[in-house]
Design a binder for this molecule. Structure first.
Ligand code: KG4
Length: 338
């Protein structure tokens, strides 16, 4: 009999539901919340309310697009954390209620595991997936981690940020430039037109495989403040070069430690995940590094880099195969690493 999993994601500001059948994606519906744009960041209370409005239509649409009935579902996977508690509560409560009504098991998914396992979202039965072990560079608005993945059930964090995440570096520097939130995609677009060698910003000197981005943010802020004191139009006149130089610095920092991890572990398969893995420069740098060092690289489709329920359903599918079901009394959690 087929295994059909409904995945539900509501950790931040995207309400998403997806259906996978025997590991193959049948639907992936995402409702993004525009309400936060006016505030320069996600407003937790507004996010929670928007999830409440979106969850029923999004789940119904995912089931409709998959061409199944609710009664066909084998289990429900939901993001238990980390994320915004008010947002997580909506997806968690909905998943529990539906599982209870349908009398099927629940699968709790760590959102970060979802990003790491997003490479197993198969759009067709013969989609290529990574072999274990692989090294995953997980880069998002809240995390920057290098993770050794030995199996869907065994992951080890080899290095992580000690302050800001890579996405925060993009977003905070973009804010200094007066760009909208989240600034990462705007920097990406501007960088395509700019000279990446024009400006230099400070890079951290940290032992081991850990990251730090707070020094870069300060260096960027001070460079722009000093230049604006001499020329008030400095940012406007140099925005493409500023974006390209900032993006290159972030990529250099990321690749420095990621390549060290590859050398230290000798692992031949690498992957990226999380919102920042949508960045064109990051994607090119990882692919080029893999080509130069004869490694296999898995670069996710942009659709699967940001928050989506397909990755939650896939992570849940592995748990289902392992009969690792969760109790209905488990509460969501806001913070944790892999
Ligand atoms: O994984 P994600 O959707 O969620 C959170 O961690 O909250 O990541 C969001 C982050 C934001 O910081 C956003 O600016 C960044 O991913 N991002 C990008 C790009 N697309 C999204 N950063 C750089 N270039 C992009 N193209």
């Amino acid at each position: 009999m087929s295994v059909i999993i409904l995945g539900i994601e509501s950790s931040c500001d995207d309400t998403s539901a997806a259906v996978i059948k025997d590991g193959v994606l049948m639907s992936n519906v995402i409702a993004s919340q525009k309400v936060h744009e006016a505030y320069g960041g996600v407003v937790p209370e507004l996010a929670s309310r928007a999830h409440q409005q979106n969850i029923v239509p999004v789940v119904s649409e995912a089931i409709r697009q998959a061409g199944i009935e609710k009664s066909d579902l084998s289990a429900i996977a939901f993001t238990r954390g980390p994320g915004l508690l008010g947002s997580l509560l909506v997806g968690t409560s909905f998943a529990k209620g539906l599982a209870l009504a349908l009398d099927i098991p629940l699968l709790d998914v760590n959102h970060l595991h979802g990003h790491v396992l997003s490479h197993f979202v198969k759009e067709s039965p013969d989609s290529e997936v990574p072999e274990f072990p692989y090294l995953c560079l997980l880069i998002s608005g809240g995390n920057s981690q290098i993770i050794r993945v030995d199996s869907p059930y065994k992951m080890e964090v080899l290095g992580q940020t000690i302050d800001d995440a890579a996405g925060e570096a993009f977003d905070k520097c973009a804010k200094v430039m007066g760009l909208p939130y989240p600034g990462g995609p705007f920097i990406d677009r501007l960088a395509a037109e700019g000279d990446a060698k024009r400006f230099r910003f400070s890079k951290p000197h940290i032992a081991g495989l850990d990251y730090s981005f707070s020094g870069l943010k300060t260096s960027f802020l001070y460079t722009l403040r000093d230049a604006k004191a001499e020329n008030p139009n400095f940012i406007e006149e140099n925005k493409a070069d500023l974006a390209a130089s900032l993006q290159k610095t972030i990529i250099d920092i990321l690749m420095d430690k990621f390549s060290k991890a590859v050398k230290q572990t000798g692992i031949k398969t690498i992957a990226i995940g999380g919102g920042v893995s949508a960045n064109s420069g990051v994607r090119n740098a990882v692919q080029q590094y893999a080509d130069c060092h004869h490694l296999k690289a898995f670069i996710p489709k942009r659709l699967f880099t940001t928050d989506n329920a397909a990755m939650v359903a896939v992570a849940g599918y592995f748990k289902y195969l392992n009969k690792d079901f969760c109790d209905i009394s488990l509460p969501p959690f806001a913070r944790v690493t892999v």
